[in-house]
Design a protein around this ligand. Structure first.
Ligand code: C5P
Length: 392
C-alpha cells in the first residue's frame, strides 16, 4: 500500500531563492520522490549544478545541447518521464516566458513540451510581484491550469519587506506531496484529536503524559493531502499544525471534550489519536499549593471518554480509536475496540510509538488484524487513511 516513487522535474531559475532549492531537493529525496534537476543558465550564477547533483544523486541539465538524454532530445525525454514539473524558484522573467510559450532554453522548452502538471513557485521582489504585468501573467498561468504555489510574505533579500518571497522548502514539500496524493477523502470532513492533555493541579503544576502529537499531526496532514476538510483538536504539544487544517487548541481533557462536541456535527470521520488523561484532579487550586505536610494526596476524578461518547452519538461519524499499550497489545486493543463500539482501532506499543518519528501499528476491525510495518508516521498515516477510505 506504500506510495510508489513519483518522478519530479525540479526547474530552478535565476533568483536568490535558489539557495532554498538545495534544501528542497534534500527533503523531496527523503520523501521518496525521484528528482531530476534542470537549471537555467542564470540559476547557475546563484547555486552550482554540482550542489544539486550531489543532493539529487543525478546529473543536472542546463543547456539545450547537453548530451546524454533522449537521442539529443532532452526536452522531450525529461518531460515525458516526469509525473510533474515544479519550477522553484520561478523568476518574473521565467513566468513571462511560460505565459507566451517561449522555448529558448532547455527548461522553458521542456515546460512547453510537457504532458504532465506544472507547478510554479514564484520568487521575486515585491514591486516585481505587484507589477500589473506579473499579475496578468500569473492570472493567465492559472487559466492555463498551472498551479501557483505561494509566494510568501516577509523579509526580502533586497532589504524590502512584502509579498514575493519563495515559500520555504518544507512548505513546498507539503504542497508537492499533496499534489501527488490521490484525493480518496475528497468531500469528507475529518475531526482528529492529537497530543497529550494537561490537567492542572494548581497554576504551576499539572498531570500530563509523554504523547508528542506527531502521529495525530501526521494523520491530519495526510487527510488534508487526500482532499478532506480537516479539523484538528490539539492537546499539549509544541508542534506547528499543518497550514491546511483548522486547528483548535484544547489542552485539558475537559476543553478537548468541549471542542470535539461542538465540532462533531456534520463530521464524516472522527479519529481519536490524543492521549487523553483518564483522570483529572477533582479540585484545581487557584493558588500555588504550599508544602506543609510530609505527604500530600490528590483526589482524581474519572474524565469523560471522548471517543466512546462520539461513537455512541445517534448519527455517529465513522470512528477510529488508538490503543497505546505496554503489553498484551492486540488483546487489550481489541477489547477497547469492542467496549467503545468502534469499527476500527489502531494498536501500537508505547515503546515503539511515543515521541518517535516512526511507528509500527496493527489495524484491528471486525475481520481481524492488519499489521503496518515500521515506517515514518506520515507513511503510517497515509496507509491508515487508505484503509479507512476502503472501509467507507
Ligand atoms: O481507553 P483508552 O484511553 O486506552 O483508549 C484510547 C482511545 O480512546 C484513544 O483513541 C483516545 O484518543 C481515546 N480516548 C478519549 N477520551 C478519553 C480517553 C481515551 O477519546 N478520556
Amino acid at each position: 500500500m506504500a506510495q510508489t516513487s513519483k518522478k519530479l522535474v525540479l526547474g530552478i531559475t535565476g533568483g536568490i531563492a535558489a539557495y532554498k532549492s538545495a534544501e528542497l531537493v534534500r527533503l523531496l529525496v527523503k520523501s521518496n520522490i525521484d528528482v531530476q534537476v534542470v537549471m537555467t543558465e542564470s540559476a547557475t550564477k546563484f547555486i552550482t549544478p554540482i550542489t544539486m547533483q550531489a543532493l539529487s544523486g543525478k546529473p543536472v541539465f542546463v543547456g539545450m545541447w547537453d548530451g546524454g538524454v533522449g537521442n539529443g532530445m532532452p526536452h522531450i525525454e525529461l518531460s515525458r518521464d516526469a509525473d510533474a514539473i515544479l519550477i522553484a524558484p520561478a523568476s518574473a522573467e521565467f513566468i513571462a516566458k511560460l505565459v507566451h510559450g517561449r522555448a529558448d532554453d532547455l527548461l522553458s522548452t521542456l515546460c512547453l513540451a510537457r504532458d504532465c502538471p506544472l507547478l510554479v513557485a514564484p520568487a521575486m521582489n515585491k514591486q516585481m510581484w505587484e507589477n500589473p504585468a506579473t499579475q496578468r501573467n500569473i492570472a493567465q498561468l492559472k487559466k492555463d491550469g498551472v498551479s501557483i504555489l505561494g509566494p510568501d510574505t516577509g523579509d526580502q533579500a533586497c532589504g524590502e519587506v512584502g509579498l514575493g518571497r519563495m515559500l520555504e522548502a518544507e512548505d513546498l514539500l507539503v504542497l508537492v506531496n499533496a499534489h501527488f496524493t490521490p484525493k480518496l477523502l475528497a468531500g469528507k470532513r475529518v475531526l482528529i484529536t492529537a497530543g497529550g492533555t494537561l490537567e492542572m493541579i494548581d497554576p504551576v503544576r499539572a498531570i500530563t503524559n509523554l504523547s508528542s502529537g506527531k502521529m495525530g499531526y501526521a494523520i491530519a496532514q495526510a487527510a488534508s493531502d487526500m482532499g478532506a476538510e480537516v479539523t484538528l483538536v490539539s492537546g499539549a504539544t509544541s508542534l506547528a499544525a499543518p497550514k491546511s487544517v483548522n486547528n483548535i487548541r484544547a489542552t485539558s481533557s475537559d476543553a478537548m471534550y468541549q471542542a470535539v462536541m461542538s465540532n462533531i456535527a456534520k463530521q464524516d470521520i472522527f479519529i481519536g489519536v490524543a492521549a487523553v488523561a483518564d483522570y483529572s484532579p477533582t479540585e484545581q487550586s487557584t493558588q500555588k499549593i504550599k508544602k506543609s505536610t510530609a505527604s500530600h494526596s490528590l483526589e482524581l476524578t474519572l474524565n469523560k471518554d471522548i471517543l466512546a461518547e462520539v461513537a455512541n452519538l445517534p448519527n455517529a461519524p465513522f470512528c477510529v480509536g488508538f490503543a497505546a499499550e505496554s503489553e498484551n497489545l492486540l488483546e487489550y486493543a481489541e477489547a477497547k475496540r469492542q467496549a467503545k463500539k468502534l469499527p476500527l482501532i489502531v494498536a501500537n506499543l508505547v515503546a515503539e510509538a511515543m515521541g518517535s518519528d516512526e511507528n509500527s501499528v496493527t489495524l484491528l476491525d471486525k475481520n481481524g488484524s492488519h499489521p503496518l510495518p515500521r515506517a515514518p508516521k506520515i507513511e503510517i498515516a497515509r496507509q491508515l487513511l487508505q484503509y479507512v477510505a476502503n472501509m467507507l
